[in-house]
Structure formats: structure tokens, C-alpha cells
Write a protein that binds this ligand. Structure first.
Ligand SMILES: [Zn+2]
Length: 406
């Protein structure tokens, strides 16, 4: 069994110990020490990182009373080792965890909102409450948390006797029956918790709720504490600075400038779409006027580049609205072909787009399909598409000629 020293002192970040066990799983070396201040995953708090001698520790787990430190490298049984914990990470995790307890306690006190879930991670930190809160509620909750942070309430962890435990106003029921550790914030909050905390609320520094959303029957609060809140503020400041430069406005003008830009873009998009529509119509009109057809059949191959597929589809639809057309449209992008086959409604039913697609294109590796009137698919650009369309055309022509001679 490893002596879990972190439970008694959350502020000891360097220590010496002896390797008592080692194992290798999937090529990675895991070692156990006689005692450790490394916190393993548990109680919603991620594990510590750090170093044992020169070897980097990147995962710590607790299994049946033994703390396993995963290291990059190798250490022998019985080795005497010097250990150091990544202080910045540990402090930040303790700040988030203590902040979470305080936030949950005050949400309960102010709104009778119980915490039904929480997440502490480098990606984000959240608390899920079972009551809906509005913007004013969230602001008031955040203010209350920060007022309590400034009040420097002591935070302590202890193992109460069974009789003491029964009298404590625990905020939530413990998950285990015995050996229960309680974390207390100065009579404000008593929670069963195996995690590590700052020694008083001032250690949290600050708590900022930066977003919230409805979640199940209640609300999910996104927040950051201490160092991570400052990092988030730095990132936001950089974004604001970038926006100021890009829009050439002061900070107070960003929202208005964006609204104006959006409105101008919308107007431009409308004009651009109208222009495209006119161009498509003009091209279609020219094709209809100039195409004399061969024995009455009007075969068209459209080769397009850098055009949205919707517009290609629109062009094809406009063509086949007219009689006698069979259209093959090919949209070429950097590395793919998008192919559409379509026909006018008067083209005989023996000329089936899905059948032609399957025989001449799907056989080559073009994925897709359709029905008698239209088929569509896509493929990489390494296919002999031109030759395939030529043979497809020959078949259309011979079917059409056959049908006409009947
Ligand atoms: Zn906790």
C-alpha cells in the first residue's frame, strides 16, 4: 500500500521516496513508491504531472491502495528517487476544485439549486445545477462567490468519526460507507470529497462564470478560477485586440461594426446571387438557342470549376425543363469530380439515368446513384471520366435512335 501523503499536505510539491514496485504495460513503465504526494485521478480531479528523477510522470492512478506513476523512461526496484510535482498544474486544479465546492454551496444557499454533476479538466470546468437560472441569477451567484473568496474562509479536510459525520450538514450524500473524508469551507459547506483543495478561499483568487446554458432540467455553468481565469481573460483580450485592428474601431464599437459588416455582406450576397442567377439563365438560354440536336436529341456536357454544386444542379434543372435534353454535368474541385446526369421529361424511359450511371460511372468507382430521371455521384480525379462520358453518350444515342425507329 502506498502512503497517500497528499491527503495530509496539499502544498508539498517535492519529496524523496523509494521505488517499491514496477510493471510494464504496453511498453510503458509504471512505478509505485513507498509514499507519494502525487495526486492520482479521482473525485473528479485530474491527476498530477511531474518528474521522478529525470523521468517525466504523465499519468497517476490509484488501484487497490497502490498509486501507480506512469513514467517516460524506466526505474529499478528499490531505487531511491527525487520527485517533483508540476506546481502550476496542481495549484490550478486545486483552485478549480475549491471554486467548484464554493460555487455549488452558494447555488444551493441562494437558489436551492443542487449540484447534479461537475467536470474539472484543462479543456473546461463546469457545474450542472438542477434548477434553471437566468442571467441576473448567474451574475448574483458569481458576485456572491467572489465576495466569499475575498473573505478568506479557511478550507480544511478531515475524517470525522461516525457520530460526528451524522451531525454534519453534508451538501451531498457520500458515495462510500466508511473512511469518509469531508472538505469543509468555514461552516458554509461540508462535502464528502477525496480531492485536494487550497487552504482558504483566498487561494481560489477569483471565479468567473463565462457562459451558461440550459441543461436537462437545470443549467450548466462554465467557469474558470484563479490562474485559468486569468489565462482565459488574456485570450479574450487578444481576441478583442485582433477585432479592434481588423475592424478599425475602438473596443466599444466592435459590436456595431460587426452588425454593419454583416448587413453589408447580406446585401452583397443578395446582389451576387442575383448576378449568378442571371448568368446561369443567360448560359442556359444560349445552349437552348444554339443546340440543334442530333436526330432530335440534345446532348450537353457541362464542365464547371469552382462553382457551388447547388448552382450546377440549378443549371441542369433549367436545361432539362426544356424538351429533348440529356445533360452530363461535371464539377471539378481540387481533388474530386461531382457528376450529375439528368434528362428532359420527354426523353424515352428506356434511357435511364440511374442505369447509365451504374454501367458507365459506378463501374469506374464513382459513388452515388439516382432514379430514371436523374443520378448523381462523386469520385477522386484519377478516373478516365472523358472516355466514360463518350461511351455513355454513344449508348444514349443508340438507345434514342432505336426508340425513334420503333
Ligand atoms: Zn470535491
Amino acid at each position: 500500500m502506498t502512503k497517500l501523503m497528499y491527503l495530509d499536505d496539499a502544498y508539498q510539491y517535492s519529496f524523496e521516496s523509494t521505488v517499491t514496485d514496477r510493471r510494464v504495460i504496453d511498453g510503458m513503465c509504471y512505478i509505485a513508491l513507498a509514499e507519494t504526494f502525487f495526486y492520482p485521478h479521482g473525485g473528479g480531479q485530474p491527476c498530477d504531472f511531474g518528474q521522478i528523477n529525470q523521468a517525466e510522470v504523465d499519468d497517476v492512478t490509484l488501484e487497490k491502495g497502490i498509486v501507480w506513476h506512469r513514467i517516460k523512461g524506466s526505474l529499478e526496484m528499490g531505487a531511491h528517487v527525487s520527485c517533483s510535482i508540476d506546481i502550476k498544474r496542481r495549484r490550478a486544479l486545486m483552485q478549480q476544485h475549491s471554486g467548484q465546492h464554493l460555487l455549488s454551496a452558494l447555488a444551493l444557499a441562494l437558489y436551492d439549486a443542487h449540484t447534479v454533476g461537475f467536470h474539472i479538466g484543462e479543456d473546461y470546468v463546469t457545474v450542472d445545477l438542477d434548477q434553471r437560472l437566468n442571467h441576473t441569477d448567474v451574475e448574483a451567484l458569481q458576485k456572491s462567490v467572489n465576495d466569499h473568496i475575498s473573505s478568506r474562509h479557511p478550507i480544511r479536510a478531515f475524517m470525522p468519526s461516525e457520530s460526528t459525520l451524522e451531525k454534519l450538514p453534508l451538501r451531498k450524500k457520500p458515495k462510500v460507507a466508511d473512511g469518509i473524508r469531508v472538505v469543509e469551507i468555514d461552516t458554509l459547506d461540508f462535502s464528502p470529497c477525496g480531492g485536494l483543495h487550497v487552504s482558504d478561499t483566498l487561494g481560489i483568487q477569483l471565479l468567473k462564470i463565462y457562459d451558461f446554458e440550459n441543461h436537462k432540467q437545470g443549467v450548466r455553468l462554465y467557469f474558470s478560477c484563479g490562474e485559468w481565469a486569468i489565462q482565459r481573460y488574456d485570450a479574450y483580450s487578444q481576441t478583442v485586440s485582433d477585432l479592434k485592428k481588423a475592424l478599425c474601431v475602438p473596443e466599444t464599437g466592435i459590436v456595431q461594426a460587426l452588425a454593419q459588416t454583416q448587413s453589408e455582406l447580406k446585401a452583397l450576397k443578395g446582389a451576387y446571387d442575383a448576378c449568378l442567377e442571371q448568368n446561369i439563365q443567360r448560359e442556359v438560354d444560349q445552349l437552348i438557342d444554339k443546340h440543334a440536336g442530333i436526330k432530335g436529341l440534345k446532348w450537353v456536357v457541362l464542365s464547371e470549376k469552382s462553382m457551388p454544386i447547388d448552382l450546377v444542379r440549378q443549371k441542369v434543372s433549367k436545361l432539362v425543363e426544356h424538351k429533348d435534353f440529356v445533360v452530363a454535368a461535371v464539377l471539378e474541385t481540387d481533388d474530386t469530380y461531382q457528376i450529375i446526369l439528368s434528362k428532359s421529361s420527354n426523353i424515352p424511359s428506356t434511357i435511364q439515368m440511374n442505369g447509365l450511371f451504374k454501367k458507365h460511372l459506378a463501374a469506374l468507382g464513382v459513388r452515388g446513384g439516382g432514379n430514371e430521371k436523374a443520378a448523381q455521384g462523386g469520385s477522386p480525379k484519377d478516373l478516365p471520366l472523358e472516355a466514360a462520358l463518350d461511351t455513355l453518350y454513344e449508348e444514349v444515342m443508340s438507345l434514342y435512335t432505336l426508340e425513334s425507329s420503333l
